[in-house]
Design a protein around this ligand. Structure first.
Ligand code: AMP
Ligand code: FES
Ligand code: ZN
Ligand code: ZN
Length: 302
């Protein structure tokens, strides 16, 4: 295999692109894909401060690395979920990365905000762990960005994540979720920051290769509560399709974004209010996060 760019020995074959690259040209390819995502969806400008949500995993640290190297103004945000050794180790990875690049890392403790760490929250809600966890993450990312004056939060969601989420939403015809599936969500209220996913054009394998080639120390283990059986099955189905026909995940996601998503965008206007308890944006009187915190308080002190 030869590098498409220089004809040297290729280290990585990208069947989806019918191409192979040597290490330096793979890094260049990767950075170009991020730049293309940022440009195409006008994710942020060089004048803006970007809050990069980092979990300590390969994707979000690779993203932060690309943005720093490209000269963007960034800071990290780590949400400490309080999930035993997994959280301790992932936090250490984020701190080490930030220190090595001379960057600011903001840290928010979920236990402080919700009243208990995620494993206790899960017991209190008796719902799948990831639902309370996902809700808390979205809420705290937005709150932290507002508090510290960042107009936009970037996450490390990659092509595999996005294709699997879309597949799940379509399998269950969660039509409410479809318009929100996007590489860039605009701010629809002064108290909502923009949310962007600059890695949506890159596969999980590619982010792993990038992190490895850049010598980024990341946490390899998944969260011990990671994903229900359903989403694992969805990823496996997509992996098989990709194996049989490279480019399937890309075609599925990009076809949706270009052709189908506009049809699901709601015409009617949803009125956004401010939560009477915490002031963050909600569609009801009390936001879902405050309801969760209240439930945790009642079930853990009762
Ligand atoms: P996940 O939902 O775990 O696949 O993570 C998707 C993205 O959310 C990651 O790439 C990060 O950008 C962000 N993220 C996940 N967990 C955390 C965390 N504990 N702190 C900050 N950001 C996170
Ligand atoms: Fe949320 Fe594992 S990261 S439950
Ligand atoms: Zn090359
Ligand atoms: Zn609230």
């Amino acid at each position: 295999m030869k590098c498409r760019k220089c004809g040297g020995a290729a280290a990585l074959e990208l069947r989806r692109h019918n191409a192979a690259f040597c290490p330096p040209h793979f890094l260049e390819f990767f950075r170009k894909q991020v730049a293309e995502a940022v440009h195409r969806h006008q994710m942020f400008t060089r004048e803006e401060k970007i809050m990069v949500a980092v979990s300590g995993g390969k994707d979000s640290l690779a993203l932060w690395d690309v943005l720093i190297e490209d000269g963007y103004q960034t800071a990290g945000l780590y949400l400490d979920l309080g999930i035993f050794d997994y959280s301790k180790e992932s936090k250490a990875k984020c701190e080490a990365f930030a220190a090595s690049r001379g960057q600011t890392l903001h840290i928010e403790r979920v236990a402080e905000a919700v009243g208990a760490p995620i494993p206790v929250v899960q017991q209190a809600t008796r719902r799948p762990t990831c639902s309370a966890c996902g809700l808390s993450k979205r809420y705290l990312m937005n709150r932290a960005a507002l508090q510290h004056g960042y107009p936009v939060v970037a996450t490390g969601h990659n092509l595999d994540d996005e294709a699997a989420t879309l597949f799940g939403s379509v399998m269950h015809w969660q039509t409410d979720a479809l318009p929100r599936q996007s590489p860039a969500l605009a701010s629809t209220h002064p108290k909502l920051v923009r949310r962007v996913k600059p890695l949506y054009r890159l596969s999980e394998l590619e982010t792993a290769a990038f992190a490895f080639l850049r010598g980024i120390a990341y946490i390899v283990e998944e969260c011990p509560f990671a994903m229900g059986a359903n989403s694992i099955a969805h990823k496996q189905v997509l992996d098989r399709l990709e194996e049989a026909s490279p480019g399937s995940k890309h075609n599925f996601l990009f076809g949706f974004l270009e052709k189908a998503r506009p049809a699901f965008e709601k015409i009617e206007h949803v009125e956004l209010l401010e939560c009477t308890s915490c002031g963050q944006v909600t569609t009801g009187a009390i936001c879902a996060f405050c309801k969760l915190a209240d439930l945790v308080k009642r079930r853990t002190t009762g």
